[in-house]
Ligand binder design. Structure first.
Ligand SMILES: [Zn+2]
Length: 300
C-alpha cells in the first residue's frame, strides 16, 4: 500500500461545524487507511469572505477536539506567516498563473454574475460548457485587476474515485475555469491545485459537492506539470433535516458553540459519523473509532 499525503483544508469564512467534523473523520480515516500524513491548510484565498477571527476560532476548535495534523501545528499557524495559509503565498499563485499562460490560453474576462444571469434570462437555461457569455476568449482584453482571468480549455477528464467509483466529467462546467476573480482574489480552483501540487498531496478527501469541480482540477494540475493527478475520495455530506446541505450559516451546528453548551466531543463525533452513514445511530464514539469506520469504506 502506497503511503499518502492528504490535507484538512477549512476556509475561515465561519466557525467549524459538523460538516467539517465529518470531513475530518474521512480525511484522517483515509490517511490511516493508506498509512499517510495529514497537512492542515488554511484556505483563505477569498479576502472578502475570510476573517482572521474565524481562523483563530477554527484553530481553537481543532485544539479543543484534539484533532491535530502532522504538519503544521495550530501554534505554527498562530505564530504568523505560513506556507500552509493561502493569503501568505500570493507569489506562488502568481507564478502558477504564468506557467498556465504558457500552457494554455489565459484571458481576461469582464463577465459578472449579472452577465451570466442575463444570458440565462435570454436563453432559458444557465450558461454551461467552455467559454463565457461575453465571448471574452476572442476579445483580447487587457489583464486588469478589476477583470477576471480564465483558462481556456475543453473536453473531459476521468478518474477512479476511492469512494464513489469511476467518474467522468467536463473540465468546463459553467464556463472556462476562473483563476482570479473580479475582486482580485485567486480562486479556489487555482489555489487548491497549486497547493496540492507544491505540498505533494496525493490523496484529496472532500465532500461530494465538489465532484463537479474535479475534472477542471485534474486538467489544471496537468497543465501545471503534475505527472499524475492525486487520488480522489468524495464522501457524503452532512445535511439538515430538510435535506439541504449544511453550511456555515447554521450556527446551531457550530462545534465551538455545542462544546460551550456542554456537549461531549464524543457526542459530536458520533452525530457527525451518523449523519454521513458511518454508524446506524448518533451514539457517542471516539474520533479514533470514527476514523476506523471511515477507513473501512474505501474501495481500495
Ligand atoms: Zn467573459
Amino acid at each position: 500500500m502506497t503511503p499518502a499525503t492528504t490535507r484538512f483544508a477549512p476556509a475561515p469564512t465561519g466557525r467549524l461545524h459538523l460538516g467539517h467534523l465529518a470531513n475530518a473523520i474521512y480525511v484522517w480515516g483515509l490517511a490511516r487507511r493508506f498509512g499517510g500524513r495529514v497537512f492542515l491548510r488554511i484556505e483563505d484565498h477569498d479576502r472578502q469572505r475570510c476573517r482572521p477571527e474565524y481562523e483563530s476560532a477554527l484553530l481553537d476548535d481543532l485544539d479543543r477536539l484534539a484533532i491535530g495534523a502532522d504538519e503544521p501545528s495550530t501554534d505554527d499557524l498562530r505564530r504568523g506567516s505560513s506556507p500552509f495559509r493561502q493569503s501568505d503565498n500570493g507569489p506562488v499563485y502568481e507564478a502558477a498563473l504564468e506557467r498556465l499562460a504558457n500552457a494554455t490560453d489565459v484571458y481576461a474576462c469582464d463577465c459578472s454574475r449579472s452577465t451570466f444571469a442575463a444570458w440565462r434570462e435570454d436563453h432559458g437555461r444557465a450558461w454551461s460548457g467552455p467559454g463565457c457569455p461575453g465571448a471574452c476568449r476572442s476579445r483580447g482584453l487587457d489583464r486588469r485587476p478589476d477583470l477576471g482571468l480564465r483558462a481556456a480549455f475543453g473536453g473531459d477528464e476521468t478518474w477512479d474515485d476511492l469512494l464513489v467509483g469511476a467518474q467522468s466529467g467536463p473540465v468546463a462546467t459553467d464556463g472556462d475555469v476562473l483563476l482570479r476573480d473580479r475582486n482580485g482574489n485567486w480562486t479556489y480552483a487555482l489555489c487548491v491545485v497549486v497547493d496540492d501540487l507544491r505540498h505533494e498531496i496525493d490523496l484529496v478527501v472532500r465532500g461530494e459537492d465538489l465532484l463537479d469541480s474535479t475534472a477542471a482540477q485534474i486538467r489544471l494540475g496537468a497543465l501545471l506539470g503534475r505527472p499524475a493527478p492525486p487520488r480522489f475520495a468524495h464522501h457524503p455530506l452532512v445535511h439538515r433535516p430538510d435535506g439541504s446541505k449544511l453550511s456555515k450559516a447554521d450556527g446551531a451546528t457550530g462545534v465551538g458553540e455545542l462544546l460551550d453548551a456542554g456537549r461531549m466531543i464524543s457526542s459530536l463525533i458520533g452525530e457527525a459519523a451518523h449523519a454521513i452513514g458511518l454508524q446506524a445511530s448518533p451514539d457517542p464514539i471516539a474520533f479514533e473509532r470514527a476514523i476506523e469506520l471511515a477507513a473501512a469504506t474505501s474501495a481500495v
